[in-house]
Design a protein around this ligand. Structure first.
Ligand code: BGC
Length: 543
């Protein structure tokens, strides 16, 4: 594939109707079971040492491969040396060693409770004018004040940027909560993710134009909702300045700029299509709106995917930064941007050596501390770091690792879900994953230990998310709250949902009930709904 094709090449095209049935699939795999974090590599840039003994890189250039082989060899040599301490150990002792090392990943009830206090404190700091500038959890005002009432109708375009892929969608909202949706996924090549802002927005505009041509709306002027899933300091429903990039993006010249203007400029530079940007929103907002369309109790939107974040319905008087003219509406959605919780050290009491490692080799060290302990961009890598350490100590695989195991970013988060999907006592998926990693001589004991490590990492993530959600539910203090949830980790991990239900139940005030509702494409349909609600306002205002 040449570069031009890679840039503009649509990856997949999907049409669905309101039953969620795919009616047209192009390209491999469709959307089924496709973890958006499959190919996410942590850290394009870094090569670094773990435990001081070997170097890990994610660059696949020949030179780096050679270096990796050499360092993997060093690692193996180290392993063989250290092995003497653990190689002769019994399976029971090895299990004990794994459990001991993983102890640091397990959160006690007291720690989780303490986290709730700290998250609430940070949310309050984000909401209050005086403390907002220094708060880590920014609690940005979204300017979305109305949930959908089910009467939204019409044809909308939506852009969805912020996961691994970029999507363009055409959504037709119809009567009786019915909708038609066509979408196409476009790759955002790595060089664009870390290139210039102009390149990124030109690419987006080009994909949009191609999509409009393919879907016969090239010459229509349609309303558009832009799901932009990064921390955005919103100044209105159609104006927002990027606070900082997350999730491996780092395009120059966008921080502090109005991304709606950047999009409009890129479209104007092409001069071919015309659109009306009616709203810019976060994926959490889209998720909440999408669920609220069907379920009016939905008051929280949560994403546990490549990144993690939540938004919720707040009372206007609590949102001190909300500067809307007095329209007497009592509520506004707040985008917490909780991924940055802990950037001031508030999570240090539960962080581990593995979290430090992830952070120091990330593209944004010191930032998104909470997200790095939870989300799909990092979960596989966390597991890999534990596996690598245990292998070097001779506890796993008889001390014999593989090049893949010792290479940063090559243990995909989807492996964690796959391994934990094995029936208890069976290791079918686990062995398949280990084979992909070049580890074909694993014993049953190794497999059980690998699985335990995955369980500790994913359980911790679920408990951290639960602490956040319980804090929001308790703060809202409503009798019943539905939480709309989306994201690859929540969707594909076999136990995440149950782990969350169990922990949130423990943490919420007596008398409050909740449920978790899987969102149907919040980033796409949610964007159309925010745009539709905004249009509804326009129509009312113009009357
Ligand atoms: C971003 C959020 C987003 C979340 C989930 C985080 O990295 O900062 O804006 O909602 O990822 O996609």
């Amino acid at each position: 594939m040449d570069q031009e094709q890679q840039l503009n090449g649509a990856m997949r095209s999907v049409s669905i109707n309101s039953n969620g049935l795919a009616t047209k699939l192009n390209g491999h795999n469709g959307c089924k079971g496709n973890d958006e974090t499959d190919n996410v590599r942590v850290l394009p840039a870094a090569t670094a040492a773990t435990g001081g003994s070997f170097t890990i890189g994610s660059d696949t250039s020949k030179a780096t491969n050679a270096a990796n082989s050499a360092t993997a060899a060093t690692a193996n040599a180290n392993a063989i040396q250290i092995q003497t301490s653990a190689a002769g150990a019994s399976a029971a002792d090895k299990k004990k060693m794994v459990h001991e090392l993983c102890q640091q990943l397990l959160l006690t009830d007291e720690q989780v409770q303490e986290l709730c206090y700290r998250i609430l404190h940070e949310v309050r700091r984000g909401l209050a004018k005086d403390t907002h500038p220094k708060a880590n959890v920014k609690c940005f005002v979204t300017y979305v004040q109305d949930l959908p009432n089910g009467n939204e109708r019409g044809k909308f375009l939506a852009l969805d940027l912020g996961g691994t892929n970029f999507r363009v969608l055409l959504i037709h909202l119809q009567e009786n909560n019915d909708f038609q949706m066509e979408s196409r996924i476009y790759a955002i090549p790595q060089h664009i993710m870390i290139g210039s802002g102009r390149q990124l927005f030109d690419h987006i505009a080009e994909c949009l134009s191609n999509f409009m041509a393919e879907h016969n709306v090239y010459s229509e002027r349609l309303p558009l909702g832009f799901t932009f899933s990064f921390p955005l300091r919103q100044l209105g429903l159609t104006k927002g300045l990027l606070e900082t990039w997350t999730k491996g993006f780092d395009c120059a010249g966008v921080v502090d700029q109005d991304v709606v203007q950047l999009l409009k400029d890129a479209i104007a530079r092409r001069g071919d299509v015309q659109i009306d940007v009616c709203a810019i929103l976060n994926d959490t907002t889209g998720t909440l709106m999408s669920c609220a369309w069907k379920n009016h109790n939905c008051k929280i939107g949560l994403i546990v995917g490549t990144g993690s974040n939540a938004c919720y319905v707040e009372k206007v008087e609590e949102a001190e930064l909300f500067d809307m003219p007095d329209n007497h509406k009592p509520h506004v959605l707040i985008n917490t941007e909780w991924g940055a919780f802990g950037d001031n050290g508030a999570l240090d009491f539960v962080r581990t050596e593995f979290d430090n490692d992830i952070d120091s080799h990330s593209i944004n060290p010191g930032k998104q501390t909470f997200e790095k302990m939870i989300s799909g961009m990092y979960m596989g890598e966390l597991v890999r770091l534990v596996l690598a350490k245990m292998t070097l100590n001779g506890v796993l695989f008889n001390g014999q690792g593989s090049e893949v195991l010792f290479t940063r970013g090559l243990f995909f988060t989807k492996y964690v879900s796959e391994i934990e999907a094995d029936e208890p006592g069976t290791f079918t998926n686990c062995r398949l994953v280990l084979e992909e990693l070049g580890l074909s001589n694993a014993t049953d004991g190794d497999c059980a230990n690998v699985r335990y490590i995955c369980e500790c990492v994913s359980k911790r993530a679920a408990h951290l998310v639960s602490a956040g959600i319980a804090t929001l539910i308790n703060k809202m203090d409503e009798p019943h709250v539905t939480v709309g949830v989306d994201g690859s980790v929540y969707r594909f991990h076999p136990k995440f949902h149950n782990l969350m239900v169990e922990k949130i139940t423990q943490l919420i005030k007596p008398g409050i009930s909740f449920d978790l509702m899987l969102s149907e494409d919040g980033s796409g349909r949610g964007a159309a709904l925010v745009a539709a609600v905004a249009c509804r306002e326009d129509i009312l205002n113009s009357k």
